[in-house]
Design a protein around this ligand. Structure first.
Ligand code: ZN
Length: 306
């Protein structure tokens, strides 16, 4: 076949036509394949999105009616979108709130674990009382077995603060989240349970968080974490070692007229008198008609007015 002959052009035209058809076919196949992949990805994203939505809905199902007016207004608002993109795993699913009219007491121990935890756990076991421990970071690293034992015994282990450094954690909402995330994951690692409740270091209303309080509480509630202040204070960590009898009378006097008592006590190496006071506190509260329970996100919180 000579170049330039009629047959040459025929072959050239047919060849080109076949090439174009094959090219078109290839493009079609590629388009169908890419389209199918895109649809798959969109379906996956939609699925992720809907479960995230579910999570957020649950997280925002905070018991508004049970919060002070200032907080119930905040909990309905989404915090700044900037926080949506950080700590995407840091969400809790609060239980539905179970209000109760029975006389009930929640003993809470802040700042542990410590050299005193062993004594506290033993007294609680002796009286078959379940309580709540709001724990800190370094102590948990040093004494993980006590934390694990507390959780296994049925006590609630909630987040207090990793560093417990007020200036650092209340420097900004991000700073608080960073500290909270550390403590949250540490409790989860040690006990196997992701905490859903916490207590602000210094309480939700303190001199260090004034500037960020509204935003911070809204952000934590948006994430589904329920926080608890207290309505009875043992004042066991006010200054030096408080005598055991004084701690007992502080608690019993504070709880006397209450139906629901959330009692603030401490679990620190310098609060050994708290463990010493504990039997008389439990017996005294029982005589006042209280039964004891650990805090959970189903408990109506006590929150200090700001
Ligand atoms: Zn504390």
């Amino acid at each position: 076949m000579k170049i330039g002959s009629v047959q040459f052009f025929k072959v050239l035209i047919v060849g080109t036509a076949i090439f174009l058809v094959l090219l078109l076919l290839g493009l079609c196949i590629m388009f169908v394949f890419v389209h199918a992949r895109q649809k798959e990805r969109i379906a996956l994203l939609e699925e992720e999105n809907s479960s995230l939505h579910q999570l957020l809905e649950q997280a925002s199902a905070v018991p508004d009616a049970l919060l002070p007016p200032s907080l119930s207004q905040q909990s309905g608002q989404a915090s700044s979108a900037v926080y949506d993109s950080i700590y995407p795993h840091l969400y809790a699913r609060p239980l539905s709130v179970q209000p109760t009219n029975e006389k009930i007491c929640y003993l809470t121990f802040d700042d542990g674990p410590s050299g005193t935890t062993r004594l506290v756990l033993d007294v609680l076991a002796e009286y078959d009382v379940s309580a709540t421990f709001f724990v800190t970071g370094l102590a948990s690293v040093q004494l993980p077995d006590l934390l694990r034992e507390a959780a296994e015994a049925g006590h609630t282990v909630g987040v207090h603060s990793y560093s417990h450094d007020y200036e650092q954690i209340y420097a900004s909402t991000q700073a608080f989240l960073a500290d909270f995330d550390l403590m949250h994951s540490q409790v989860q690692q040690i006990t196997g349970i992701a905490p859903g409740i916490f207590r602000f270091a210094g309480g939700s209303v303190n001199n260090y968080n004034k500037e960020i309080r509204a935003e911070l509480t809204a952000e934590m509630l948006r994430r589904g974490f329920i926080f608890f202040d207290w309505n009875v204070a043992g004042d066991d960590a006010v200054a030096g070692e408080m005598p055991a009898e004084k701690i007992v009378s502080n608690v019993l006097e504070g709880a006397r007229d209450l139906n629901r008592a959330i009692v603030l006590l401490h679990d620190r190496s310098d609060t050994a008198t708290t463990a010493e006071a504990l039997p008389a506190i439990i017996e005294g509260l029982q005589q006042q008609g209280f039964r004891f329970a650990p805090l959970t996100s189903a408990v109506v919180p006590v929150i200090h007015p700001s």
